[in-house]
Design a protein around this ligand. Structure first.
Ligand code: ADP
Ligand code: MG
Length: 364
């Protein structure tokens, strides 16, 4: 028995020596891939500037990933376009013109976006109401006219807005999930998906990019999605929150247009602000986010920034929080797991939800 144990011991020692020798003779191949940071900008998609930054093995690999993402975004831009028709495409423009006559089959992406928003409506989240197109288009027309002829800029009459408000009930958007059709049972109802379209698009493009170039940052105007951490040693992506009251020229010279920096990975950061789109009537600025309760541009906030995983949710909530008080908004944020927010109040005071402090650089 003893001699058998001795033999086993010798064999074990020999095996170990062999393993060590093999590893010494042929060390495991450690091919280190070098990742380089690249970036590119595309204009005129979603009426904004789209920036993509990513870490890739080569410039060609980056260009290929970027092209795929931009192709997806351009396709979505056509589907979500409310102002132009495209041959053979039942886009939002087509839907708004046809859906009161008959159920209109729409592309999967448009159906998904509308269903998602209707679900929120059913959950009683109604401050962002994409069925408010009848009211929003009046503001859009007055704003466009006011920007073109500032001397004649005027506010829409309240009676006109109230008459349109009668046609903003989401219940009158009838969805058929099997047929993927949309029908408006109120002939004057119109959808305006401006509050969530970029968020949906950011989610779709980010899902695609995550497969081929996981370390990336995608920005669609105020809609940012940060992928896996940058491959240059930093632990997170830095996303600037714009100072709503920065003067454009001063800011571009001094770089002082940034209020704070939010450090994130695998999260969306979306800001709604009163400084994106507005026009001026008798010296007063009127911006583009309308409170469904007053039918007027909300005066509750200068900006609201939302951080959460889903970009469409962040986009939806940034608009919703913008038309609510800080107190009501905070209660909503606290009721939603994984959602954080930062409010810039009318007097410039900044408020944060509890979990937001772990992302905001000045609070570290
Ligand atoms: P931006 O598109 O400038 O990033 P938002 O995401 O807040 O800002 O969306 C604003 C757009 O959403 C407006 O241009 C308008 O089309 C639409 N909108 C404005 N107010 C509302 C609202 N209360 N509910 C739904 N959509 C709105
Ligand atoms: Mg929004």
């Amino acid at each position: 028995m003893k001699s058998r144990n001795a033999v086993l011991l010798v064999l074990t020692v020999l095996a170990c020596v062999a393993i060590v020798l093999v590893n010494w003779v042929a060390p495991p191949i450690q091919k280190t891939i070098e990742y380089t940071k690249y970036s590119t900008v595309r204009l005129n998609v979603f009426d904004t500037e789209i920036t993509l930054i990513g870490f890739a093995e080569s410039e060609e690999a980056f260009a290929k990933n970027a092209e795929q993402a931009f192709e997806l975004l351009e396709n979505l831009d056509r589907i979500f376009d409310a102002y132009n028709a495209y041959d053979g495409l039942n886009n939002l423009y087509y839907l708004n013109r046809r859906a009161a006559q008959e159920p209109v089959p729409v592309p999967r992406e448009l159906f998904e976006l509308i269903s998602w928003c209707k679900q929120k409506w059913d959950e009683n989240l109604r401050s962002t109401n994409i069925a408010m197109g009848a009211v929003l288009s009046i503001w859009h027309d007055y704003r466009t006219a006011g920007i073109a002829s500032p001397d004649e800029a005027a506010l829409p009459p309240m009676e006109t807005l109230q008459a349109a408000e009668a046609h903003t009930d989401f219940q009158n958007v009838v969805l058929d999930a099997n047929k993927q059709t949309v029908f408006y049972s109120d002939p004057e109802l119109q959808l305006d998906i401006g509050a969530v379209a970029k968020g949906y698009a950011a989610d779709a493009a980010s899902a695609l990019l995550s497969k081929s170039m996981p370390s990336f940052l995608l920005s669609l105007g105020g809609n940012v999605y940060a992928g896996e951490k940058p491959l240059d040693g930093r632990s997170a992506w830095a996303v600037g929150v714009q100072d709503p009251r920065a003067k454009a020229l001063e800011a571009s010279i001094s770089g002082s247009d940034i209020l704070d920096i939010i450090d994130v990975t695998g999260l969306s950061v979306v800001t709604s602000g009163d400084y994106w789109r507005y026009y001026t009537v008798d010296g007063v600025r009127y911006h583009h986010i309308i409170d469904p309760k007053t039918l007027m541009p909300s005066t509750q906030m200068q900006s609201v920034t939302v951080v959460c995983q889903s970009s469409i949710l962040a986009d939806f909530l940034s608009t919703a929080l913008f038309v609510n008080s800080y107190e009501d908004g905070l209660a909503l944020v606290n009721s939603l797991p994984g959602v954080e927010a930062m409010w810039v109040l009318p007097d410039g005071k900044i408020e944060y939800s509890a979990g937001m402090t772990k992302f905001v650089r000045s609070l570290q």
